[in-house]
Design a protein. Structure first.
Length: 581
């Protein structure tokens, strides 16, 4: 057979394939163009987003950076054309945000791009305009223009409809754009950033040498005032920034903002190092608010490991993570870690405490030998039939409460049963909420003001109808602030701003796109927050009532998140544990 089946792809096809890695959504375009502006020495970056009711229709990034002459403006759209590196060795000390020369040609291959630029301090009276649609030949013209560069991108993915279908709702796409500006502004506080949506200003930061001022502009003065400064310098790493006191925490890591050498990055390992620095001051399932800038010798950082450059690889990882943990530990040491009159982030449910009757247990000598129990969560295959399930739980005799966390009982005098009180109550509240025609709201005597980051505020705008259906009544009270006027009845007398903020933030981030999925996500979160907590002391009557309520649920053996509510030990299993067989 003559000829060959292998072909060299044309430049347009290559760029469209590359765009699949570099350009995922409008926020990707914003990120790449903003990074180019910063690398050009901009001190003011303005991002203008235009949309119709459903989609982002255009993105324009304007900067006051160095600008370009005519030849460079045309060459910038060539694949792998860059002014930032010239040989492979330069990757060992990359100081710019971009370096591959992929962004502009990739964006231009899947959109309609217009670049207008003029060199700062150059001899040219006029600027240069370059227009490209879908990777076609550039149209170049001389135009009047201020110093700096503006790039406008329209009709993104017009020639790749399959990719366009994967874009999310308008609010979700706007939230991703907000996130890009947030992270970049925190990594580069010395630059002013503005974000406008349909002419309305959404984010505005001013150039400063104090990161806390940028934090205040993005998250509000209340957040900024409650932060603790972090500062550490070793021969290997420099750490600077701010962290929250243990009294302020989040249910997720979305408010841990990190940069390495002024590059916004994501790193689970660094988040773990930060949490290690908090030690026992922070519960295992909670995360701090943190804004940390980390400086590391460029030879020790590999930024060329991910298409979007948001992940990096570090040399001497162990020493660097240890230094970060030490920086956090030192910052928290000797501080007054809670504001005057501060309340717990998740206050305990008001349940009266009653001592359990019965004689005190005899003293038992402490055993140093390790003792391990085989996992005995009830599996579905081990459960009795549905009819029998309804009869099993009410016949549990309550023995007592263990560690203010578990209800211990005996099933028909034959099995030892341990019930997780929080998981059990979660299941009860979840199914009660499911069965109600409406969620039921209770108005707050004084509305609670909740301040979100700009990204979270955009997500909240989309989630308002779903939240209202489930009992949360929120009203916009400023660009990133909402007044919570009512909450679901199931949450009881819960009026702590941090709790409500935490709950609403988690809901707007987690909610799936389909209405049923959104409602289920809300119900699970509300049930979790409204349920009895570990540490709540229960009377025998309260334990009995909870078991009765659990018995009436459709699925008493797991909580809404799938964790077991009950663990059972048969006499044979207990005998084996005590080596009586």
């Amino acid at each position: 057979m003559n000829g060959t089946t292998i072909q060299v792809l044309d430049e347009r096809t290559v760029n469209q394939i590359a765009a699949g890695e570099v350009v995922e959504r409008p926020a990707s375009v914003v990120k790449e163009l903003v990074e180019n502006a910063i690398d050009a020495g901009a001190r003011l970056v303005r991002v203008e987003v235009t949309s119709d009711r459903n989609h982002v229709t255009a993105v324009r990034v304007v900067d006051d950076g160095a600008g370009m002459g005519r030849a460079d403006a045309v060459l910038a759209f060539k694949e792998h054309a860059t002014s930032k590196i010239s040989r492979i060795d330069d990757l060992d000390r990359v100081l710019t945000l971009g370096f591959r020369g992929e962004a502009l040609p990739s964006i231009a291959s899947v959109s309609d791009v217009t670049l207008v630029t003029r060199r700062r301090g150059g001899d040219e009276i006029a600027g240069t305009r370059v227009a490209i649609r879908g990777g076609s030949a550039p149209e170049v013209a001389e135009v009047g223009a201020p110093e700096g560069t503006s790039v406008e991108v329209r009709d993104l993915f017009f020639n790749t409809p399959a990719r366009r279908k994967f874009l999310k709702s308008l609010h979700t796409e706007l939230a991703h754009i907000h996130g890009v500006i947030e992270r970049t502004a925190l990594a580069r506080p010395e630059i002013s950033f503005r974000l406008l949506h349909n002419g309305r200003e959404r984010i505005a930061t001013h150039a400063t040498d104090d990161l806390k001022e940028t934090v205040a502009a993005l998250f509000g003065t209340a957040v900024a005032k409650g932060l603790v400064p972090v500062s550490l310098k070793t021969p290997l790493v420099q750490v600077a920034g701010y962290i929250s006191t243990p009294a302020v925490s989040r249910a997720d890591q979305y408010q841990v903002f990190l940069s390495i050498n002024a590059r916004p990055i994501s790193s689970l390992q660094i988040v773990r190092a930060i949490k290690e620095g908090y030690g026992t001051l922070l519960p295992k399932d909670r995360f701090p608010v943190a804004f940390l800038s980390i400086g590391i010798n460029g030879d020790l950082v590999d930024v060329n490991v991910h298409p979007t450059k948001k992940l990096v690889r570090l040399s001497h990882e162990k020493e660097i993570y240890g230094a970060i943990a030490d920086a956090v530990r030192t910052a928290l040491g000797g501080k007054d870690l809670s504001a005057p009159g501060a309340k717990p982030v998740f206050p305990a449910v008001a349940i009266p405490s009653h001592p359990l009757p019965g004689p005190r247990a005899a003293g038992v000598a402490e055993s140093r030998a390790p003792f391990t129990l085989t996992d005995r969560r009830l599996r579905q295959s081990e459960l009795p039939l549905a009819g029998a399930e309804r009869n099993l739980l009410p016949e549990i005799e309550v023995i007592g409460q263990l560690d203010a966390m578990y209800i211990v009982g005996s099933a028909e005098g034959r099995s030892l049963v341990v019930i997780d009180q929080h998981a059990a109550h979660e299941r009860v509240l979840y199914e009660q909420a499911q069965d109600r025609a409406g969620p039921g709201s209770q108005e707050l005597i004084v509305p609670v003001l909740v301040t979100f980051s700009p990204q979270e505020a955009e997500l909240a705008r989309e989630a308002l109808p779903t939240l209202a259906e489930e009992g949360f009544v929120l009203e916009e009270f400023g660009p990133s602030t909402y007044a919570v006027n009512a909450i679901p009845v199931v949450l009881g007398k819960l009026e702590e701003p941090e709790v409500i903020r935490d709950l609403v933030s988690a809901l707007v981030r987690e909610s799936p796109s389909d209405p049923v999925g959104k409602r289920e996500a809300v119900l699970r979160r509300v049930a979790c927050r409204g349920a009895i907590k570990a540490g709540d002391h229960l009377s025998r009557e309260q334990m009995r009532r909870l078991i009765d309520q659990l018995a009436r649920t459709k699925n008493p053996y797991t909580c809404p998140h799938g964790r077991p509510t009950i663990v059972s030990f048969s006499p044979d299993e207990l005998a084996a544990m005590f080596q009586r067989t």
